[in-house]
Design a protein around this ligand. Structure first.
Ligand SMILES: NC(=O)c1ccc[n+]([C@@H]2O[C@H](COP(=O)([O-])OP(=O)(O)OC[C@H]3O[C@@H](n4cnc5c(N)ncnc54)[C@H](O)[C@@H]3O)[C@@H](O)[C@H]2O)c1
Length: 253
């Protein structure tokens, strides 16, 4: 249940509250060597000290909406490592007006942008990771219960995350012959910068805590531990799952 000698790319650290940071800490603690990305120059000063704290040397710029940016990251990984063992996609975006309005009113460009950054970028990453995962590997992306049920104020991210969960299943089937496993993780609500873009997020947190069987909300450490476990060989026969990391909230009627 270790990750010694394994190499992982983590996309989605904005700051120390990011779910991706919890995943970086947990996989690093199990012995993995990591590369991480930051969105742009404005984000870099928030990410660089976290990388330094974990002794990570490969800290690369990546805006998945910029043509060629993802390819550059994977070219760097190929040159430096020549292989990749796991990849964590922990990014999402939707224009504010589209995110905070009804799905019924969402714009075509807003929906397309949300889908491209939050879902299709995972598919592009899978394609670029495939030739580097010569010993097999694991791909992860983050979803939320709003993909499967109507959660107030989740709006257009619901269908976008539903597409991501479905993409995870198709990728899992297509890449299984290469021993590449794919999981979609579905954490409960956590206070992060992305989450602060949702209307009434504090109310969602309170209601979720009330209705969670053990009344404890998931933390980024919890998500990191579950991800790290699934990246180890202990989970080698598991693929294509959408796993709730939410203290059982999704069980409740
Ligand atoms: N916070 C929650 O309650 C919660 C619950 C379930 C799932 N999630 C999902 O977890 C993932 C991580 O979000 P978070 O809550 O840690 O928030 P966060 O704000 O810390 O992370 C979101 C990341 O997305 C990145 N990003 C946005 N657009 C990008 C682009 N064009 N190119 C590259 N990176 C881009 C941001 O730079 C940021 O690092 C998201 O997919 C989110 O939907 C969050």
């Amino acid at each position: 249940m270790r990750l010694d000698g394994k190499k992982g790319l983590i996309v989605g650290i904005a700051n120390e509250h990011s779910i991706a940071y919890g995943c970086a800490q947990a996989t690093h603690a199990l012995g993995a060597e990591l590369a991480i990305t930051y969105l742009n120059e404005k984000a870099k000063p928030h990410v660089a000290p976290l990388a330094e704290g974990m002794g990570i040397e490969l800290v690369l710029p990546l805006n998945v909406a910029e043509p060629g940016a993802l390819e550059t990251v994977f070219e760097t990984l190929a040159a430096r490592w020549g292989k990749l063992d796991f990849l964590i996609h922990s990014i999402a975006f939707a224009p504010k007006d589209d995110l905070q309005g009804r799905l019924t009113d969402s714009s075509s460009p807003g929906f397309a942008e949300a889908m491209d950054i939050s879902c299709h970028s995972f598919i592009r990453m899978a394609k670029l990771a495939e030739p580097l995962m010569t010993d097999g590997g694991t791909l992860f992306a983050m979803s939320y219960l709003g993909a499967q049920r109507v959660v107030e104020h989740y709006n257009l991210m619901g269908p976008v995350k539903a597409a991501l969960e479905s993409a995870g299943r198709y990728l899992a089937a297509e890449l299984a012959p290469k021993n590449i496993r794919v999981h979609i993780l579905s954490p409960g609500p956590i206070r992060t910068r992305a989450a602060s873009g949702l209307a009434e997020f504090d109310t969602l947190i309170e209601e979720t805590q009330d209705r969670t069987p053990g009344h404890r909300l998931a933390t980024i450490e919890d998500v990191g531990l579950a991800t790290a476990l699934l990246a180890t060989d202990a989970a080698r026969i598991m693929t294509g799952e959408t796993l709730f990391i939410d203290g059982g909230y999704h069980l409740m009627g």
